[in-house]
Write a protein that binds this ligand. Structure first.
Ligand code: ADP
Length: 512
């Protein structure tokens, strides 16, 4: 059957399951499910169509039909994975499985502090549900909140409360496999289990993590631990005026993260990250290439911000936070020239200044830094939690951004034993020269990082293969393992071929 007929036939079959209104044909899918932020023609890797099921049974039926028609599926939850590809698939000959209609909050157990969610639930929905029902549990969320809780946690997104390492708060998944089988992980494998969202491991190998950043299954339910609302939060904000003070600040923070004094993930954002949320670049500079250092310094002073800006936020009992705030201040005192600005929130006060995530799209404004049609690519290498190593990574990557004619936009978000260095190449999509430079820069960043022992924690759909190839220990033993599992559990390669550089046998020729 000709390729286009194959997709039309599959979409017709899907329409009989979900109704024609929940199937999107190629002409429309090209716009609706493309990556509008990428430095490529979005239509060049947009899918052949999309289908939006409303139940687990419909997902299973679609997966089985997809196998029969030889049509692969690209699952998304809300498709807001921008900077990493949004809803766009790795290959265009695919149908997007849009789970947005499966958006029920199935359970929030207040006593035990967890939620059971369907993939289409947005951060805004969960926030609304918790506040409307006066539930004293907080979610954690990334800087903008229109995406899904499930998709973000599966991609190992980060937030800024003590529960900010989202993947580590997942407890128990329900998964549809590539053959249409339904399974539950952890304690969920015991029918009628009372601890599916309590005990994360089950009996034998634990598989939750194998379904994260993965194409081994389609997640249809996720257990997620939520944080009890604290009595008090303290915010200690600092603006470092000199770029060179970053290593000292990182080294001051490390012991506090290691021993648990600081449980949330402070993020050291550079000056352009701070400026880009407030203004466009043209307000400071109209020239081509990266902003010169003296212009940037003037802009920084005018805006009254630091070269690095960050806050350490403490969540817990008021008395303990007061002790820990003194500990944090003492740890930084004398190591950096700035002092902390302190503020406090107590339970019952408006959440705005509490450190609890609130619905927000503020961070999205940064893509308009250059004006025109804003676009961005996120490059996210992991750094050891060391000032010297972070400085080496920062200066090297910043130099590469600037050599390619881009402003360096980035920050280091502190995990317990690592730093997530999240940088963005910001460009104007109406300037072909900029797109070309971004496309050339990106693979160079990957290989330079790998040569220095730094791997990315996540990447854009266009560069899965390059990043996967950089994980090359023992001639790529990890990739061979992943593909052996893929072939065993999804022999027809129905689910997301090429996701994270994992290619099922039938599609391996498509590897970049
Ligand atoms: P969000 O809307 O939260 O930003 P997306 O829906 O864009 O998240 O999902 C990000 C990526 O995670 C998708 O491209 C897909 O590869 C994967 N993903 C999302 N939801 C699921 C799911 N329910 N099952 C399996 N993989 C998923």
């Amino acid at each position: 059957m000709a390729a286009s007929n194959k997709f039309d036939a599959a979409l017709d079959a899907f329409a009989r399951i979900v109704g024609p209104d929940n199937v999107t044909r190629a002409a429309e899918a090209r716009y609706e499910y493309a990556d509008a932020m990428a430095p490529r023609d979005p239509a060049s890797y947009a899918p052949r169509g999309a289908v939006a099921p409303a139940s687990v049974e419909e997902v299973q039926a679609i997966v089985r039909l997809a196998g029969e028609h030889g049509v692969p599926l690209w699952p998304i939850s809300r498709g807001k994975n921008f900077g990493y590809g949004g809803s766009a698939p790795r290959i265009p000959d695919i149908v997007t499985l849009d789970l947005i209609r499966m958006n029920r909050i199935l359970e929030v157990d207040v006593e035990h502090g967890y939620a059971l969610l369907e993939p289409g639930v947005g951060f805004d929905d969960l926030f609304e549900y918790l506040t409307a029902n006066k539930i004293p549990l907080w979610m954690s969320a990334p800087a903008h909140t229109w995406g899904s809780v499930v998709g973000n946690a599966l991609e190992r997104g980060v937030g800024y409360t003590p529960y900010g390492e989202h993947a580590s708060k997942i407890c128990g998944l329900e998964v549809v496999t590539g053959t249409g089988e339904l399974l539950r992980t952890g304690m969920g494998a015991l029918a009628g289990s009372k601890t599916w969202q309590g005990f994360p491991y089950g009996f034998g190998p634990a598989w939750d993590t194998a379904f994260m950043q993965s194409n081994f299954g389609i997640v249809t339910k996720m257990g997620l631990w939520l944080m009890p609302e604290p009595e008090n939060t303290v915010s200690l904000s600092m603006a470092l005026e000199k770029a060179e003070e970053l290593p000292a600040a990182i080294d001051a923070l490390r012991p506090l993260k290691l021993d648990g004094t600081v449980q949330a993930n402070p993020s050291f954002g550079n000056v352009i990250r701070t400026l880009a949320t407030r203004a466009t670049r043209a307000e400071y500079y109209q020239g081509a290439g990266p902003m010169p250092a003296d212009v940037l310094e003037k802009a920084r002073i005018k805006a009254g911000v630091g070269h690095w800006n960050f806050s350490v936020r403490l969540f817990g009992d008021r008395k303990i936070n007061a002790i820990n705030a003194d500990k944090v201040k003492a740890a930084f005192h004398g190591k950096v020239s700035a002092e902390f600005q302190q503020s406090e929130w107590n339970r019952g006060e408006p959440l705005r200044n509490s450190g609890s995530p609130m619905p927000s799209l503020g961070a999205l404004g940064v893509v308009d830094w250059l004006g025109g049609k804003g676009g961005h690519l996120t490059f996210s290498p992991v750094s050891p939690f060391s000032g010297a190593e972070a400085w080496k990574q920062y200066t090297l990557i910043r130099g590469m951004f600037e050599d390619a004619g881009f402003d360096y936009y980035g920050g280091f978000t502190a995990g317990q034993r690592y730093l997530n260095h999240i940088t963005m190449i910001l460009f104007d999509r109406s300037q072909p020269d900029m797109l070309e430079r971004a496309n050339k820069l990106f693979p160079r960043l990957i290989s330079t990082a790998a040569k220095n022992g730094w791997g990315e924690y996540r990447t854009h759909v266009l560069w899965y293969d390059e990043v996967a190839a950089s994980y090359d220990y023992n001639h790529g033993a990890m990739r061979r393992w992943n593909e052996a599992v893929k072939d065993a559990v999804d022999p027809k390669g129905v689910i997301a071929p090429g996701k994270m550089g994992i290619w099922p046998k039938a599609y391996r020729k498509d590897r970049a």
